[in-house]
Ligand binder design. Sequence first.
Ligand code: HEC
Ligand code: HEC
Length: 337
Amino acid sequence: MAKRSLLGIVLTGVALAASAGYVVKVPDHFPPMPIPDDNPMTIAKVELGRQLFYDKRLSSDNSVACASCHKQEYAFSDGGHAVSTGVEGRKGTRNAPSLADVGYRDKLFWEGGSPRLETQAIGPLTDPNEMNMDPAALEAKLRAIPEYQTAFKAVFPDGITMLNIAKALSAFERTLVSANSPWDRYREGDLTALSPAALRGMQLFFSERGDCFHCHNGQDFTDDSLRNTALATVYEDIGLARITGKDEDVGKFKVPTLRNVELTAPYMHDGSFKTLREVVEHYNNGGQANLNADPLMRPLGLSEAEVDDLVEFLKALTDRSFTQDPRFAPPSPAASR
Ligand code: HEC
Ligand code: HEC
């Protein structure tokens, strides 16, 4: 682990050297952000990552950036779209997850198939339905852009390579900390931060009756496990079984973070639920008959008012400062072509 401080002071002076460290600031009820030894954070690297994240030239027809499907105003999900649109109007098959606090995840993608951000980023860059770039072609394309020549040289001795593109993107993604929702303020001692309905919903969420917390726990409301939530009797997308080939893994998907979930509709890996109420009603009904259903999936017997309270609690996980933070916005109009 790289050296880091819990206090997490982000160095902001304009005259700092490009190699100055960037410390990811997190509150006391968060663990320190894990930073891999082989990709230390610097201000210049994070800034380069931000440029790349918003740059459509990283796609084969210059129409799609990471930010096309991961939009800040929707907590870096593809708000409103069940599936996303990649180059040449091609549709994907899964719902784009939020990138809030994604630096804490040790399993990425809905079936958890990628262990870290650096390997994950290669996925969308090369996926024919997303950005559709051959690695050599992408390197050549960026080498022809003088601003990138200079920016990469300042950060990486070996300049523009696929791995360095992935490293810079990952450094930017690790800065995407969302930690300022009403729930966080409540955790930090502001007992007025949650409405009475949200407080009742919180109690249900963390009770054996509501039973959400067995899977959605920790500061990001996920235990990073893979579970079958009985969305269907027959899953079109087989989830974890895509990697393991095992029958019992069909329909298992990663437990998603619930931070900012109010902003990330539609829901689940396939975007099949339009509202939070539909999701909570699904849990209340216990889901569809499915051999692999998690044992926690059973009818909960919650009243309509209790379902409403759970929805109010989920809405208390919205962090408006995250969706408006200028550090996560496009670097400048010129850079986000
Ligand atoms: C065309 C839309 C699209 C584009 C462009 C795109 N993504 Fe995604 N992203 C998705 C979808 C859909 C998923 C879920 C895919 C899956 O699980 O198989 C995803 C998943 C992810 C995840 C995993 C999150 C998690 O919690 O598992 C990360 C990280 C991510 N994208 C980062 C990026 C970066 C960085 C880029 C640019 C290099 C990018 N994405 C470009 C749609 C997109
Ligand atoms: C057995 C583990 C488990 C339990 C219990 C559980 N969840 Fe989930 N939750 C998941 C998984 C896994 C997904 C994603 C499923 C998929 O996409 O197929 C999910 C998805 C969600 C989503 C959609 C998030 C998104 O970004 O699409 C919400 C909201 C949610 N759960 C809320 C709750 C609430 C509220 C409860 C309690 C009533 C609960 N969950 C209980 C595992 C669980």
